[in-house]
Design a protein around this ligand. Structure first.
Ligand code: ZN
Length: 315
């Protein structure tokens, strides 16, 4: 029995000997929300009782049965409101669970990418995807790093940016000046993925004039290849390019998958991001799903080339 008293002020924590001397089994209780019998324990020093779920992040969570289906729905183009309707719970329950799932996904993403620290990626692709919070006058930029061979997402950051083109004047009048946080976002992203990418890796990105400086700073020994962005293969689908060979195909394919699977990133959706944290949580949940289930092939069975061949035929 490895349980110790959950009370940090309890003297039992400083007593010598194993915790099993101070903590005894104290029956069980039936948890209705997932129909499980949970063991209870009691600290013999302070007489406090607790269960093995007391210190877990989902302690006191109700309707536990929705967690897993909600994760799948959110990564399959279903909105939060529709998920609430389909799962028969309140919208608030869903939004709270999204926060929990986001935090859980971030921990699991880190754990899942840990093998790359020993065997870092030698080819990665890097680019931005644009979306907005609440209105198109408040654009957001999602920067992504994808491993070329496996299409696994190694990291992402979300940054605010000012509106461009026709909207810039309206946006300035309505919402005032908006900071451009993209540079800081790229720097944060590249330092985030530094442990997963080999220092001498080949980093491919589009020809954004700001990229070389940022890449140079974090990966001075890497080969940075910049490519010209092509036109979208299908109207309204800017991610898959009308090129015979797209050098940043893995990244563009991943962005297309984000657009297809996250309701808030659909083109012409009426679902919008309300808060940046909400978008970060949703992206974290999707990254876990993408890396573990949608790209669950090994490095020797990459679908990189076959997927590109299919995309070209489709266009
Ligand atoms: Zn105690």
């Amino acid at each position: 029995m490895k349980h110790s008293c959950p009370d940090v002020k309890c003297p039992s924590r400083h007593l010598p000997g194993p915790d099993s001397e101070h903590v005894i089994r104290f029956g069980t209780f039936f948890r209705k929300s997932d129909s499980r019998h949970i063991d209870r324990f009691r600290c013999q020093i302070c007489k406090a009782t607790f269960s093995k779920s007391t210190l877990l992040p989902n302690y006191r969570q109700k309707v536990r049965r929705i967690t897993h289906p909600l994760e799948e729905l959110l990564c399959s183009g279903v909105s939060q409101r529709r998920s609430a309707m389909l799962l028969g719970v309140a919208r608030t329950t869903i939004s709270r669970r999204v926060r929990y799932l986001g935090a859980r996904a971030r921990r699991s993403n880190q754990k899942h990418l840990r093998p790359l620290e020993q065997n870092p990626a030698v080819e990665v692709q890097f680019d931005d995807l644009e979306t907005h919070e609440h209105t198109k006058c408040k654009p957001l930029s999602v920067s992504l790093v994808v491993q070329s061979q496996t299409r696994k997402i190694l990291g992402f950051t979300v940054s605010r940016m000012p509106a461009k083109g026709r909207l810039s004047k309206i946006a300035l009048e309505k919402y005032g000046p908006r900071p451009d946080e993209r540079q800081a976002g790229w720097r944060e992203l590249l330092s985030l993925v530094q442990s997963y990418v080999s220092p001498s890796a080949t980093i491919t990105s589009d020809d954004n004039p700001h990229y070389p400086k940022v890449v140079e700073r974090h990966f001075p020994d890497a080969t940075h290849v910049t490519v010209k962005g092509g036109r979208g293969a299908i109207t309204g689908q800017g991610e898959l390019k009308k090129l015979k060979y797209d050098p940043i195909f893995s990244l563009n394919h991943t962005c297309a998958m984000l657009r297809a699977n996250l309701n808030r990133l659909f083109r012409r959706t009426w679902c919008t991001t309300k808060t940046i944290q909400g978008l970060i949580d949703h992206l974290s949940i999707y990254v876990a799903f993408h890396n573990r289930r949608l790209t669950s092939f090994g490095p020797d069975q990459t679908t990189d080339c076959s997927a590109q061949a299919t995309a070209i035929t489709a266009s």
